[in-house]
Design a protein around this ligand. Structure first.
Ligand code: NAP
Length: 269
């Protein structure tokens, strides 16, 4: 049977960070719906095992190892895909990391790397693939935002700032290209049960220890459906939807104080 990307042969959905957490579940839901995949992450073994796990869906899966903490690697990734003559008709900018702690205590080099990954590499990939999508007259882009984009985030100030950028950028870009056949959608999960918090040194925070973490597969399904419907954004989960509504109404200073209480170390009285 010929492998297709739901809209045509030889087309691919590129997912950054497609080997774990929300990205893996997105890869699963795209594959299940007949999309060929290009999966990008750093760990080659995990890329290989993810490819193996998703073979059951009978789509073509290409894996590319790149560290998107380095923005030059985002340009390189685009060039590699062009050299292989693969057409990306859906781009999922999922890879992202955070760093827990008060800004005065956290490592500036890690924070700069997070800005490169969450913002710089995302805009490089978006710009490069957008040119091709515009030339082809169709394409879809799903950006991993967060409900963190809607609130100042004490204990994760830089991370929340990066997601505020992603959210604002996504809505602006969507508006610019809306009449040119391109869909741009933001997926806003709340706290979700993945390795994110371990990578961010955040396992001791109240939000993680006492929070009710969402299921990554449900988040991915919400994102896939919103993109296919052509929605501008989707907040995954009822409680998170309510939280966004409330934080849109309250002054930022009040929201920041409330987020501080949610995110501080669980042992802090
Ligand atoms: N989990 C949550 O509570 C939550 C909530 C809202 C939004 N989000 C957002 O959802 C997205 C996915 O998060 P997640 O929770 O699924 O994280 P995760 O479970 O830690 O998975 C992260 C994925 O990104 C890849 N990755 C990490 N750093 C990378 C780098 N420098 N270059 C290339 N790939 C990299 C990882 O593979 P390698 O390590 O092999 O590179 C992995 O495949 C992020 O943008 C995050 O901000 C998460």
């Amino acid at each position: 049977m010929e492998k297709t990307n739901s809209g045509g042969a030889g087309r691919y959905t590129l997912i950054t960070g497609g080997t774990q957490g929300i990205g893996y579940e997105l890869a699963r839901v795209f594959a299940m719906n007949g999309h060929n995949l290009i999966l990008v992450a750093r760990d080659e073994d995990e890329l290989a095992s993810t490819k193996d796990a998703l073979q059951i869906f009978n789509v073509d899966i290409v894996t590319i190892s790149k560290d998107l903490f380095e923005v030059d690697n985002a340009f390189e990734l685009y060039e590699e895909i062009k050299d292989r003559d693969l057409e990306v008709d859906i781009l999922v900018n999922n890879a992202g990391q955070g760093q827990y702690g008060k800004f005065a205590d956290t490592d500036i080099w890690r924070e700069l790397s997070i800005i490169q990954l969450n913002i710089s590499s995302l805009i490089v990939l978006t710009k490069e693939f957008l040119y091709d999508m515009l030339a082809n007259g169709h394409g879809k882009i799903l950006n991993l935002s967060s409900i963190a984009s809607k609130t100042p985030g004490p204990w994760q100030s830089v991370y929340h700032g990066t997601k505020a950028f992603v959210q604002s950028f996504t809505e602006a870009l969507r508006n610019e290209v809306k009449d040119q056949g391109i869909v741009v959608t933001a997926l806003l999960p709340g706290a979700t049960d993945t390795d994110f918090f371990s990578k961010a040194d955040m396992l001791d925070s109240k939000a993680v220890r006492e929070g009710n973490l969402a299921d990554a597969s449900k988040v991915a399904e919400d994102g896939y459906k919103a993109l296919m419907r052509g929605d501008d954004m989707v907040v995954s989960g009822f409680k998170n939807k309510m939280q966004v509504v409330i934080s849109n109404i309250l002054p930022d200073s009040v929201v920041a104080e409330s987020v501080n209480k949610q995110q501080r170390p669980a042992d802090d009285k």
